[in-house]
Ligand binder design. Structure first.
Ligand SMILES: *Cc1c(COP(=O)(O)O)cnc(C)c1O
Length: 235
């Protein structure tokens, strides 16, 4: 058992407090920032503890893991909002459309096409964010910054999908602020209001740079299962 000061409920209160403080310091209203609790790879007891404390917005990075965990929870926990924050394969588009309220990782035309078909079939349309690979990292998903405007135009006009936000995951070894600023700039010139940026290590910075959604996992729940203690240092 972890000590009471590290209970999920206390961690939730602390993170919410820090978000509110960062928002006010930036002249923003705390309620303009939504906390996404990233529950991937976390034991259910920890997730349930923060559900009981009132948290309703959750992020998962894998469709199958999210289905197994969340598909039947809606009845017990009304007002849940589930957000896909990991890469989506086109052949899982139908499953993702059926489960998620928001898909944050649209980043290519083939996926846009698969989503259009899945949405038509399901009669249900999740909100969509486009992921931007602000650090231009080859191994990372997301549209390149230089291609973002053209991609957004195609998503909207060619594929006929609404995009309400942008999402980024800055390179682990770089100052995140410049990436947050870049994402905000791309959003502004494309008339997009929502920004999903900031994780456990940098969510207050992200709030300063205009994040409307921060994705926090380990700072809320502790290290993920299967993570070596060294990989979770900093928590
Ligand atoms: C896992 C994950 C997070 C949460 O990371 P923490 O550092 O544990 O807060 C945020 N965003 C994405 C896309 C993730 O995959």
């Amino acid at each position: 058992m972890s000590s009471p000061s590290h209970s999920p409920q206390e961690a939730l209160a602390a993170v919410r407090h820090r978000i509110a403080r960062a928002a006010r310091a930036a002249g923003r209203a705390p309620e303009d920032v939504t906390l996404i609790a990233v529950s991937k790879q976390q034991p259910w007891e920890r997730v349930e503890a923060i559900l009981e404390a009132g948290q309703r917005v959750f992020g998962e990075n894998r469709v199958q893991e999210a289905q197994a965990r969340w598909a039947d929870r809606g009845a017990q926990w009304p007002y849940l909002q589930l957000r896909l924050i990991g890469p989506l394969q086109s052949n899982k588009a139908a499953d993702a459309v059926a489960l998620f309220d928001v898909i944050e990782t649209l980043d290519r035309d083939s996926l846009a096409e698969a989503l259009v078909r899945a949405i038509a079939k399901a009669g249900r349309a999740p909100e969509l964010f486009v992921q931007v690979n602000t650090g231009e990292e080859p191994q990372k998903a997301g549209v390149l910054p230089a291609e973002a405007d053209a991609f957004l135009e195609r998503v909207r006009k060619t594929h006929g999908l609404n995009v309400s936000g942008l999402m980024c995951i800055p390179p682990a070894d770089e100052e995140p602020a410049m990436h947050f600023a870049l994402l905000r700039k791309i959003a502004r010139r494309n008339g997009i209001e929502r920004l999903s940026m900031g994780m456990s290590g940098d969510y207050e910075t992200a709030v300063r740079f205009g994040a409307t959604h921060v994705r926090v996992g380990s700072a809320l729940f502790g290290a993920r299962e299967g993570f070596a203690a060294s990989a979770a240092s900093g928590q």
